[in-house]
Design a protein around this ligand. Structure first.
Ligand SMILES: Cc1cc2nc3c(=O)[nH]c(=O)nc-3n(C[C@H](O)[C@H](O)[C@H](O)COP(=O)(O)OP(=O)(O)OC[C@H]3O[C@@H](n4cnc5c(N)ncnc54)[C@H](O)[C@@H]3O)c2cc1C
Length: 106
């Protein structure tokens, strides 16, 4: 927790609670606009559903939850952040094969 003195020394324009994709996108957009942003996360690591973890085998790193970002990829935020994300190492690996879910007919 930041005390009053720390807040005076490092003035903050916005406090964002949580570090999931929604919070991180919000924080980046504000920071790019020149705002000082503080992101507070109560877990030991940032990212929640967009994390990459070694859950199955040592060295096998994969998405923890969030695996496909179709709406993000076609939206204005990705267009705005794409260059920065790619230069930070983000690569989307897509397959030519579609995925389908089979449902039982009622
Ligand atoms: C199993 C599963 C699979 C999914 N797969 C997909 C997918 O493939 N494609 C897709 O588009 N969507 C998928 N989703 C949905 C997607 O993960 C969510 O819509 C998205 O992650 C929501 O992001 P968020 O930033 O709002 O929340 P979250 O990612 O949940 O992040 C919230 C963060 O806030 C923190 N927090 C909460 N309360 C506090 C507090 N009081 N103080 C400090 N920190 C706090 C949490 O610890 C967490 O880090 C999936 C969801 C699940 C559960």
């Amino acid at each position: 927790m930041l005390g009053a003195t720390a807040c005076k020394r490092h003035p903050i324009d916005a406090v964002i609670v949580g570090s999931g994709i929604t919070s991180l996108v919000c924080a980046v957009l504000l920071a790019r606009d020149g705002r000082k942003v503080l992101v507070l996360e109560h877990e030991g690591r940032l990212g929640r559903c967009i994390r990459t973890d070694e859950l199955m085998l040592p060295g096998l790193r994969h998405d923890t939850l969030y695996t496909a970002h179709p709406l993000f990829l076609v939206g204005p935020v990705y267009a705005a952040l794409k260059e920065g994300l790619q230069s930070a190492g983000l690569i989307y690996c897509n397959t030519g094969a579609g995925t389908r879910k089979l449902l039982k007919q009622p």
